[in-house]
Ligand binder design. Structure first.
Ligand SMILES: [Zn+2]
Length: 499
């Protein structure tokens, strides 16, 4: 397929207004599936968490998972939605091999929650109020694995495997109203919105919210229209984008792609699109018209969901602190500069730093390790593997430095061993004998040996030319294999020189 031509981003925004719409699927972390008693667990042997209900054998009857309903109501309330007093499930009919039932049990005209809004802060500091149209309950489909092709996609595959463990896992789909007015920040807003949703469901404890496992997935709708036009442009829907960075890139790409087509007199096809992480592009999926007919009809095997007022109010009372309030509180407690704090938010490290501080580290030390060395290592592995370190271990590392037991260089070495699974920082320092040499006698001997090779350093220090000291400090650090405290070496050197 020929590579799509793109319009320069700034030029595209000069000509067109961007309208986006976001659909986020959140997998709930209930113990069992939405309509049966099968385990809801990630990573089990394929097709072991299945039963007649979730693979739809004739005569099997579903029953609604109470915890899933409560989790869905909590999500609705946290998004400021109204809760439907009575709502039926509906069958969305379509055939696909990952859907053994031939229909997905979903909600159609009676979603559990509707009419909400969420304030979303973008990296520039601007806050956009995103209107939520609805949040409805549904079930996930199974998982197809395509074997034999180069890309793992269905094109070119020799055969496909299906795993129904995920079939029937409870989902909440949160749908925004069209979002206007984000302009050049539309890609960042899309990513920041999904981040906020993730923060909310994590804080509610209703989802593991791990994007790399597909717990939170985003479909991004993008359309363009000429500035001042009333009619919305034709939109495309980029499906199942599963990292924040990819959401931002996919929206930006679609803006530039559509702008080029429209400016050269073409028309946009209303369709789903696939995001290709490796190439940073989208490609056409299937055409999608507004008239797509799924033959929705009320699910006859399930009674309507009718949450009582008491239940709704008790769930409302149980809601945790709002993410925006939490940020405000943490910014005050940690005393970071505005830029430092924003960088932490954008790097998605609020949780880690909060837990590290709770484990006894100073906020700046916690920030330094997560934003510095650990971020660098995570970047090198492309964030694919989760870093094998806990906030408590980072706090322990920071404490060892604070107490003068290790210096920064040794701490980085210790960190490497922690990540390699050798144990906690204190255990590693003890086992590998990595403590800094605090025995002045050993340091003085090393300083005197270094001075013997640099006879002009003492006179220089006496004249106040301190830069001459660097040579000796460097030699001592080398002789002690990095386990000396450089500040202490410097102090001792000055004492010796001025004797
Ligand atoms: Zn089942």
């Amino acid at each position: 397929m020929a590579k799509a031509e793109l319009m320069n981003y700034e030029k595209a925004l000069e000509q067109f207004e961007v309208v986006i719409g976001l659909e986020v699927h959140v997998e709930l972390n209930t113990k069992t599936k939405m309509f049966c008693g099968c385990k809801n667990e990630f990573g089990n042997e394929p097709n072991t968490n299945v039963c007649p209900i979730c693979i739809a054998l004739p005569g099997a009857l579903p029953a609604v998972n109470k915890t899933a309903v409560e989790s869905s109501i909590k999500i609705g309330l946290a998004l400021g939605c109204d809760i439907q007093p009575t709502g039926r499930f509906a069958r969305k009919n379509y055939f696909y091999p990952d859907l053994a039932k031939n229909f997905q049990t979903s909600q159609y005209d009676e979603p559990i929650a509707f009419n909400g809004s969420l304030d979303v802060e973008v990296p520039s500091g601007a806050v956009h109020n995103v209107l939520i149209e609805r949040a409805h309950m549904e079930e996930d489909a199974g998982k197809l694995t395509h074997i034999g092709g180069a890309t793992g996609r269905i094109q070119g595959a020799e055969y496909s495997l299906v795993d129904y463990n995920r079939a029937g896992v409870p989902l909440v789909e949160i749908v925004t109203k069209p979002i206007f007015g984000a302009g050049a920040e539309a890609p960042e807003l899309a990513a920041a919105y999904v981040r906020s949703i993730r923060e909310i469901v994590k804080a509610l404890g209703v989802s593991d919210a791990r994007m790399e496992r597909g717990n939170v997935r985003c479909d991004a709708n993008v359309s363009l229209r000429l500035h001042g036009a009333e009619k919305l442009g034709t939109r495309t829907e980029t499906k199942n984008v599963n990292s924040l960075r990819s959401i931002e890139r996919a929206v930006r790409y679609e803006i530039q792609r559509q702008a080029h087509i429209l400016a050269s007199g073409g028309t946009i096809t209303q369709e789903t699109r696939h995001w290709h992480e490796d190439k940073g592009t989208t490609s056409a999926g299937r055409p999608k018209s507004d008239a797509d007919d799924y033959r929705y009809f009320p699910e006859p095997d399930l009674v309507p969901v009718q949450p009582s007022k008491e239940l709704i109010e008790s769930l409302r009372a149980s809601l945790p602190e709002k993410p925006a309030d939490r940020r405000k509180r943490l910014a005050g407690e940690w005393n970071f500069s505005e830029l430092e704090f924003r960088d932490v938010v954008n790097a998605d490290l609020l949780d880690q730093i909060e837990e590290t501080v709770a484990s006894g580290a100073k906020p700046q030390a916690a920030r330094k390790w997560w934003m510095g060395e650990l971020a660098r290592i995570a970047n090198e592995t492309e964030g694919e593997a989760e870093l094998n370190i806990t906030p408590a271990q980072v706090a322990e590392l920071a404490k060892l430095i604070e107490d003068g037991k290790i210096n920064d260089r040794l701490a980085r070495e210790v960190l490497g061993y922690v990540l390699a699974g050798e144990g906690s920082p204190a255990e590693i320092v003890a086992a590998r004998g990595l403590e800094v040499v605090s025995d002045d006698g050993a340091l003085i001997a090393a300083i005197e040996a270094a001075l013997a090779n640099a006879p002009d350093v003492v006179p220089a220090i006496k004249e106040g030319r301190m830069q001459a000291a660097g040579q000796v400090i460097g030699a001592v650090m080398k002789a002690m294999a990095g386990s000396a405290d450089a500040a202490r070496v410097r102090e001792l050197l000055i004492e010796i020189a001025n004797k």
